[in-house]
Design a protein around this ligand. Structure first.
Ligand code: SAM
Length: 249
């Protein structure tokens, strides 16, 4: 885990995503009651790429939570650099234990590539109380896109993320957890490459040289390379889907 985190520290994102996709998701939510000055919680904000976009496009008061201190430091540096410290902040806080946050404190909950840590259904159920009545959610989740799943992709994800479901299954699960599904859309392939797998591939190549002959590093780098290669070959069959939800009362 230490090597895995070292490989990822300093990357622009820690999951597939893009600034245009975050903007698009906010644009789609706007007509559904997003106020002008929303209180926003970015759950598992990582180094803060989506956090900063939320700060810019919502104009609201945006809080990010994460557990990994180097990511929180990166996110704080981005806030400071943008001069947005009056209305944006980050806190070390677990998404699994949200006692520090009052009921109904947020207009918008955000989670790009992070709800899987709590579990899609469990996270949605637990986080619901943080929303004001009619509050909104934008989150991404790894999702099967194709009916026919190539054997290699299926074997990989059955081992790495057996909870992965289809878009229709996740929409049904969100409804069962107390939300209306307003919209959902798959992230385009650029959102995997430009800010995530591209920078990660460069990092893998550099670390192969730096840690040549170290079996522990080789295992971590091989695993990252295999995941990237799988997406290159079978990325039509799975992807990250943005789910846009509204709390039902
Ligand atoms: C796959 S990354 C996504 C990060 C970010 N949203 C992004 O798109 O770049 C998942 C994030 O969840 C954080 N995390 C892991 N367990 C957590 C927990 N229990 N509470 C809060 N954050 C957690 C990790 O440190 C990491 O930053």
């Amino acid at each position: 885990m230490e090597r895995f985190l070292a490989l990822h520290d300093g990357l622009p994102r820690q999951a597939p995503g893009s600034d245009p996709a975050t903007q698009d998701a906010v644009r789609r939510l706007r007509p559904h009651g997003l106020p002008d000055d929303p209180a926003v919680l970015d759950i598992g904000c990582g180094p803060g790429r989506s956090l900063m976009m939320l700060g810019r496009v919502t104009g609201g008061r945006v809080t990010g939570i994460d557990l990994h201190e180097p990511f929180l430091a990166e996110a704080q540096a981005r806030i400071d650099e943008a001069g947005l410290g009056r209305r944006m902040s980050v806190r070390k806080h677990s998404m699994l234990e949200l006692d520090g946050f009052a009921d109904g404190g947020f207009d918008l909950l955000w989670a790009e590539g992070s709800i899987y840590i709590a579990g899609f259904d469990e996270g949605l159920r637990r986080w619901r109380r943080l929303l004001k009545p009619g509050g909104l959610v934008g989150l991404t989740e790894l999702t099967w896109l194709a009916k026919d799943r190539p054997g290699e992709a299926k074997a990989f994800w059955d081992a790495a993320y057996p909870a992965m479901r289809t878009e229709a299954e996740n929409r049904t699960a969100a409804e069962a957890a107390g939300y209306t599904v307003l919209d959902s859309f798959a992230l385009p392939a650029e959102a995997w490459w430009d800010e995530y797998y591209g920078p990660l591939s460069e990092r893998v190549a550099a670390y192969r040289q730096r840690h040549a002959g170290d079996p522990d590093w080789t295992a971590v780098l091989d695993a990252a390379a295999a995941e990237i290669d799988l997406y290159r070959r079978f990325g039509d069959s799975y992807g990250y889907v943005f789910y846009l939800l509204k709390r039902v009362d």
